[in-house]
Ligand binder design. Structure first.
Ligand code: FE2
Length: 364
């Protein structure tokens, strides 16, 4: 077996560029149960931008807003609206991750850079992926402080309880027409990932619209990136609607794992998070379709949680509506009970639910 030239220990954080990080941070605390963690801005010596770092178990979200109308962050927010700029990956050696990927054709975004303070040092580097999105490689083995140098502990008197979100299960990218295989090759050739699952437009279609998807995974399976592209249907695909509003390829959804989806989704719902709902008939033959499960059917039906089974077990999942005004980024909440797949059995019911929303927006 060949050795992994890009060993990844998981997702370090996801950074969103947003119009108003202070308010977005409040939303992610109140609605999603994230905890105040770190802050950088003028008070810590950064006159150009502010960043709030939120944490929930192993999930770290960074929300960044520019303080002035010019520059790459302001341009990003203007073009895309709120959206994911960076999917940061945990590595042992950020300089080597940069060298290995750039040698294989990655476009450099950030040369290896060391940031130091009294608590140690962080090395980071980065490469471009689809659209304006980037991967950062974060080496934090020599750092004992909060998040990274340049940040201070963010203390708040407002600390709503978490909702049991544990870690990032996968991050899905939407790319343009005929671009899926280009990015599949990128993840194979440049990052050393493998294509572990493929869905064609026959498997992911409704009466009106279709898409294609390939799931890319790194060697140890800690990092998984499905990639979608639109496919021809009678009407506009949800991926096309995303591209129309995000104005480019980008991250479509972030799936976060929980160990108890009923408790997590009950809490999210009470806090105002809006979920896509499938018709109630979905539950009528559910147990015939997927076999016995540990959960009671009633709370699943009430909350709109979907279930799917593969050879190794089953999974429970639910999708939020977009979390900004543009129909772009949304979240998935997932609980895996053995299954390593992505809920292909739910695609049709789910995409019909999505299309009803798309139609309400006049974009179908
Ligand atoms: Fe997903």
């Amino acid at each position: 077996m060949s050795t992994d030239f890009l060993p990844l220990m998981g997702t370090d954080y996801v950074e969103l560029y947003v119009g108003n990080a202070k308010q977005a941070a409040h939303f992610y605390k109140t609605a999603f149960g994230f905890q105040s963690y770190a802050y950088s801005g003028p008070e810590t010596g950064d006159k150009e931008k502010v960043s709030y770092v939120l944490i929930q178990n192993k999930v770290r979200l960074v929300l960044t807003t520019p303080l002035h109308p010019t520059g790459t962050i302001a341009e990003h927010v203007n073009k895309h609206g709120d959206g994911v700029k960076a999917v940061a990956l945990m590595v042992n050696d950020a300089a080597d991750a940069f060298a290995q990927t750039v040698k294989r054709g990655a476009k450099p975004y950030m040369e290896p850079t060391t940031r130091e303070d009294a608590d140690g040092k962080i090395v980071m580097s980065g490469i471009h992926i689809y659209g304006d999105t980037v991967h950062l490689f974060i080496e934090r083995k020599d750092y004992k402080g909060t998040f990274m140098p340049g940040f201070k502990v963010w203390e708040s008197h407002y600390n709503p309880a978490d909702v049991g979100l544990q870690y990032i299960d996968h991050c899905v990218g939407n790319v343009g027409w005929n671009q899926m295989n280009t990015w599949v090759s990128f993840y194979e050739d440049v990052m050393g990932f493998k294509n572990i699952l493929t869905f064609d437009d026959k498997q992911i279609s409704t009466e009106y619209s279709a898409l294609m998807s390939k799931v890319m995974s790194n060697g140890n399976g800690f990092v998984k990136f499905p990639i979608n592209e639109p496919a021809k249907g009678k009407k506009k695909s949800q991926v096309e609607e995303y591209l129309d509003f995000y104005k480019d390829a980008g991250v479509q959804h972030i799936a976060i794992a929980t160990q108890d989806i009923i408790t997590t989704v009950t809490a999210l719902s009470e806090r105002g998070v809006e979920f896509l709902k499938v018709p109630n008939t979905y539950y009528d033959q559910l147990l015939d379709r997927i076999g016995p499960i540990d959960e009671d059917l009633e709370p699943l039906r009430k909350l709109g949680i979907l279930v799917d089974r593969d050879d190794e077990g089953y999974l429970l999942q639910i999708f939020t509506k977009p979390v900004e005004d543009r129909p772009t980024l949304f979240f998935e909440i997932i609980q895996r009970k053995g299954a390593k797949s992505f809920g292909a059995g739910n695609f049709k019911a789910l995409f019909e639910a999505l299309e009803r929303e798309q139609e309400l927006r006049g974009n179908l």
